[in-house]
Design a protein around this ligand. Sequence first.
Ligand code: ZN
Length: 297
Amino acid sequence: MEAIKRIHHITAIVGDPNENLQFYRDVLGLRLIKQTVNFDDPGVYHLYFGDHHETPGTIITFFPWTNDNYGRKGSGQVGRIAFRVPKGSLNNWLEHLTVQNIQVETTQLFGKDTLEFDDIHGLELAIVEGNVAASNDDIFGFHGSVLLSSNPNGTKELLADLMGLKELNIEGQNHHYETTGEEKHHIVTAIPPQPGGRFGIGTVHHIAWSVPDKDVLKAWQATLMDSGFGVTEVRDRNYFNSIYLAEKGNVVFEFATDGPGFDRDEDKDALGTALKLPEQYEHRHQEYETLLPKLDI
Ligand code: ZN
């Protein structure tokens, strides 16, 4: 199989949808690109955010729960999610976050200066500089993420041997990998494993890896099954097709196709401005409009 080139999206569980929107749009400057529902739990929003350049490997998505059911971070989850910002902008970001009363710690988590902070619902985030300068300080996609594997060596077999991520020799206790695509997303598996986590508000649900099309997705499904993973059937996610599995460290991985894309049901300029439902829920559109909290867009 050809190596995995980049992250496709990362999906987390958060709290109130308007607080979620305010944080990612107004504090981090991302763009809401899709309002839909959780296809497996359609009474809950599924909100998608991207950057303003429609960069591949930028999409962070949320299930905003309104039930105060907080999760516990721990192994078997994706950990801290890092965004990449232009070269030379880190101090501006530190100042920007500090002005918003967000507590920031500067660490070396990703092998270079890393601003660590939490979103409004306790989801762990980070900002890391890329190698490219820009005319503004806007986030330019993901830098990568931490995986809280319960079995870092088992996770390594999948990441390095099957998915073709390159292990970097960065000093420190953690394994550190990068994807082979031009985005060079960084993946850090935290060592030693932590106690098991529980999904809920403030935790990441899964990380999805980009594959070019449905044929390659099916080839991955077969390869992963041959390697002993329990892999789902191909699921139609309307904007992409997906398979899911739990890797050996219990982190949920999804493999997702790049197409058909988010502009299949609304114009590029109008992305995220209205509730969009897949065909199977469209007949209940009015019901969901009434049920779901109104977004301040
Ligand atoms: Zn997903």
